[in-house]
Every structure is written in C-alpha cells, then in structure tokens.
Design a protein around this ligand. Sequence first.
Ligand code: MN
Length: 259
Amino acid sequence: MPHILVTNDDGDQAPALTILARALRHVGEVTAFAPDHNWSAAGHTKTMHKPLRITKGTLADDIPLFVTSGTPSDCVAIALLGKVETPVDLVVSGINIGANIGHDVTYSGTVAGAMEGTVFGRPAIAASMDHVDGRTGDLEFAAEFIAKLSEQVLAQGLPHYGLLNVNFPALPRSEMTGVRITRLGIRLYHDVLIERLDPKGQPYYWIGGEPPTGEPEEGTDVGALACGNISITPLNLDMTDRSQLARLGQWPLQWGPQS
Ligand code: MN
C-alpha cells in the first residue's frame, strides 16, 4: 500500500486539508504534516534561525496529523528527514484556497510543499482551487480528482525533478468543462505600496491592492481556468532557461585574473 504525505500552506485547521487527506485514504496510507498557521505566499522557505516545534494529533478518520511551527516546505522536510518512519511514496500539497497559476508558483507555499518533496526525490502534486468573489468550487470533487491523479502518478512515475501543479476552477462539478494539460501563463499583479504612520509617527508599509488577474491565453493554466477547465501544469525544479545559454556564452565576460 503506498504511503502519501499530505501538507498544505493554509494551516492544519483548513477544511480542505481534511477533505484532501480523506480522499487520498482510498489510494493509500496517509500522514498529514501541516503548519500551525496560514503561510500562504511563504514560497520555498527553509527555517534556519529558530527551532521548530511539532505537535502530534489526528485529522478525521484517525489520519495521523503532525502540526509544526514551520513552513509547508519545512513540514515536508521534517517528515522526510525521518520524523515519519514509514517511507513516503508521494507528496501532495493542498488543496489551497486560491489558484496558483503563472508567476504565483514562485510565491506559493502550496507549490513549495510539493517542490520540497521533489527535492527529496519523491513524486509530488500541488493542488489549488480558484477563489472568485468569495466562493470556491467543489472541493470534494477536487479531492477525488487528486486521488485519481495520485494513482496515475504512483503507477506511471514523474520525470526527475518533475512535479504537477493542479488548479481547479471555482465552479460546481457540473460546470467544470474538462481537463487541460497546460503551461504556465502570465499573471498580472495589481500590487500597490501602502504607507501609513504608527502611533510614534514612524512609517510602516503594506503591499496591498486588488487581487491578481491573468492573460487567458490558450494552452496556459490561466486560460484553462478562464474556460472552466481543470488545469494540470507539469513543473520542473530545473529552472534553467536554455534559450539564454548560447547568447550568454557570447558576452565578453573574461574579467577574472586570466584576462
Ligand atoms: Mn494558501
């Protein structure tokens, strides 16, 4: 029976963590390892300058749950460095409330949780549900879909350093139009720097503004969600931009002691 490690970045109290873990129970043994608060947009953080605490409990259906003071990627690292004794065959992170598409994947704690599994050589899936006007789609269905996808990943494997980033549209199951295999699209952020004064007259700052939008281009994750499709984007930790290699090789960079 495969052993699946589940994590998220919305924290151990997030209902979607339980929904996902319960659905994965039909695929294998499940251990949940979640942060003790919301780390959304934590990115791929490794906690290095303070100790980490772990509390053991249970999710629904007696699924073991370890709650940590660390980030989503810390959770996966702690588990795979030996806190979970049964070998882990698959890491699944989510289901995040809010899409992680386009450049979001660089901010996302959800995707980072899956990436950490990849660093440890495990196949990994990140799952996120779009959130539009305060509403999400069918989380139970999304969890069932991730369970089916997990069976495929366990059977077929993923390439070296590869992981899957899955996004669901904020729709009921009957209105989801299909599944698209996609590339990352373009996110448009509308961030603004907000400056205020504290009671001592010193400025403090928030990065605020309207939620991001996207270019709904055909073939991308942004485009798939815009058409009501489930998006599966294969990602790879090899972020090398091969299109630049030859051009950079032409630059006159002989500035060292050899020149
Ligand atoms: Mn989140």
